[in-house]
Design a protein around this ligand. Structure first.
Ligand SMILES: Cc1cc2nc3c(=O)[nH]c(=O)nc-3n(C[C@H](O)[C@H](O)[C@H](O)COP(=O)(O)OP(=O)(O)OC[C@H]3O[C@@H](n4cnc5c(N)ncnc54)[C@H](O)[C@@H]3O)c2cc1C
Length: 491
């Protein structure tokens, strides 16, 4: 299986990633991208080591492959799939949203439902071939499936200017030429390929933009405009332990006449087909099952920081603090219970694949926009000013002129100054740094704006039962009793 060495070497291609107005020369060694590339490499190494139990026998190639790239077919499969996703989530403590299993899960589920893709031009076969490429080469695929923010009151066809959202500019015998932009590919700069599509509903007039295709990050004509990376600005790993390792970076994609061969096209000028790929296949549930495993892992980590801070500051005996830690425990448990419940209510679909239970999954996701800010809020509350009663950098802790003051005034019973500052700097990187701010935004939006995610919860909740229950109750009484009472009163 692919290892970090192969992966990091493969990043040395013609990719055009722009930071500060200039192309990055080599992402694998650039201070902005090297840390996350190294983290993704670690994940591949974990999967490649049979001792970690992330592998499964692949019948097509008669060899071991990454379990996460094959859709589960039965309860044992789903358990081992979840275990494997947990190994990767644990490695980053949930701080990397777009590890290769996220889009990997989407494509695994696409391929388990080729009937959701059109047969003309071999589009359904193209999906199967793309999936095999991921399985056999352990590809790290990012995705960009949201149109750029221009106007949300209208869709691409109504926007001023041609091809603002990426669309088909030319159709050729051997493929299509696309131009335009797509909003944000997290991790795109260090991915092998990017799946480009549109999950926001389009209109019939938007057919030119109703495409789904994959593109190598180094494709000619593709540019990735990254928001400001956080890793290069940090003073040390000690000062910013999360920013320095897990900044995935997010990039706007701009296509200038990029050629996409037919074999890389999965949906072509088909508005309904865009929705089918996500929702008729198990892609959206399996991809978000992975996302919730990751999210629960991160919430537990945040709860762990809170628990340790409360212990270090010796406040964990106060009833009010116990109440806050209890609320934190409840919030984390809701998400973990959603994952458990989605696993145990999974159902076999028409193609024989086991789909995590949608009601449980989207039920938990629907509260993410409330749960994450609340968890961060409780942690902020518990750390108090401790996250600012820290030296500017690790230097004050080691320089002869300052270290005695640090040891005397920035410590707590039973913990050294170095360890106390370390903990509070971790807390700050989780709640207050620019990295933390981006994470707040990520958890609110990565699966769609909160109104969109609550829409999934609404559509996947079985309202028939509750409605029937209310109807039955309403039918159990009426105006006759009221009429009798009125007669009594007037008599
Ligand atoms: C950190 C981060 C990483 C991301 N990574 C990826 C990625 O890897 N791949 C990818 O494809 N996308 C990614 N995204 C994009 C993400 O999918 C979008 O942010 C999300 O779908 C919401 O779209 P939007 O940002 O355009 O917000 P909008 O949809 O423009 O919403 C903005 C505000 O307007 C409101 N609003 C908009 N339309 C309506 C409406 N019809 N009714 C009521 N209210 C409305 C929303 O509620 C919200 O308050 C990422 C986003 C973030 C923040």
């Amino acid at each position: 299986m692919r290892t970090s060495t192969d992966y990091l070497a493969s990043l040395d291609d013609d990719r055009r990633v722009i930071v500060d107005g200039k192309p990055v020369e080599h992402v694998a060694s650039d201070p902005a991208f090297a840390p996350i590339a190294s983290t993704i490499g670690d994940l591949l190494d974990l999967a490649a080591d049979p001792a970690n139990g992330m592998q499964v026998h692949d019948e097509a190639t008669d060899r071991a492959v990454n379990r996460l790239f094959l859709a589960p077919r039965n309860a044992d499969d789903l358990q081992s799939w979840r275990d494997a996703a947990q190994i990767w989530a644990d490695h980053t403590h949930g701080w990397v949203g777009r590890s290769p299993d996220h889009v990997g899960a989407f494509v695994a589920a696409f391929s388990s439902h080729p009937e959701a893709f059109a047969t003309e031009r071999g589009l359904a076969d193209n999906v199967l071939a793309f999936h095999r490429r991921i399985v056999e080469n352990d590809l790290h695929v990012s995705y960009a499936i949201i149109p750029p923010q221009v106007s949300r009151a209208t869709t691409a066809h109504a926007w001023e200017g041609d091809f603002i959202q990426v669309g088909v500019k030319e159709e050729r015998e051997d493929g299509i030429v696309v131009s335009g932009a797509q909003m944000l590919a997290t991790g795109g700069a260090v991915a092998d390929e990017i799946l480009v599509s549109c999950i926001k509903p389009l209109k019939a007039e938007d057919a030119d933009f109703a495409v789904s295709f994959t593109v190598p990050v180094g494709a000619e004509g593709l540019t990735l405009y990254c928001r400001r990376p956080y890793a290069p600005g940090v003073t040390s790993e000690y000062d910013y332990p999360l920013s320095s390792r897990f900044d995935e970076t997010d990039a706007l994609l701009v296509f200038h006449d990029v050629f996409i061969p037919w074999e890389n096209v999965f949906v072509y000028k088909d508005v309904a087909g865009l929705r089918k790929q996500f929702f008729e296949t198990a892609a959206h549930v399996l991809g978000n099952f992975q996302a919730q495993i990751r999210f629960a892992t991160k919430l537990k980590f945040l709860a762990g920081i809170a628990r340790k801070v409360a212990a270090v500051n010796d406040v964990d005996k106060f009833p009010g603090v116990i109440e806050k830690l209890g609320e934190l425990a409840s919030l984390v448990s809701i998400v973990e219970s959603g994952v458990n419940s989605a696993q145990f209510t999974a159902t076999t679909d028409a193609q024989g694949f086991l789909r995590p239970g949608a009601q449980a999954l989207y039920g938990a996701m629907g509260l993410q926009a409330e749960i994450h800010p609340r968890v961060i809020g409780i942690l902020r509350d518990l750390v108090g000013g401790g996250v600012l009663q820290v030296p500017s950098s690790v230097h004050e802790l080691v320089e002869v002129a300052t270290r005695d003051d640090m040891e005397r005034y920035v410590s707590s019973p039973g913990i050294s100054s170095i360890d106390r500052v370390k903990l509070f700097k971790l807390a700050w990187d989780a709640i207050g740094s620019e990295f933390a701010g981006r994470h707040q935004q990520y958890e609110l939006f990565y699966s769609g704006a909160p109104f969109v995610v609550k829409g999934y919860a609404f559509r996947n909740f079985d309202y028939d039962g509750p409605l029937a229950s209310v109807e039955e109750f309403l039918a159990s009484y009426g105006v006759t009793e009221l009429a009798a009472i009125t007669e009594e009163v007037t008599a």
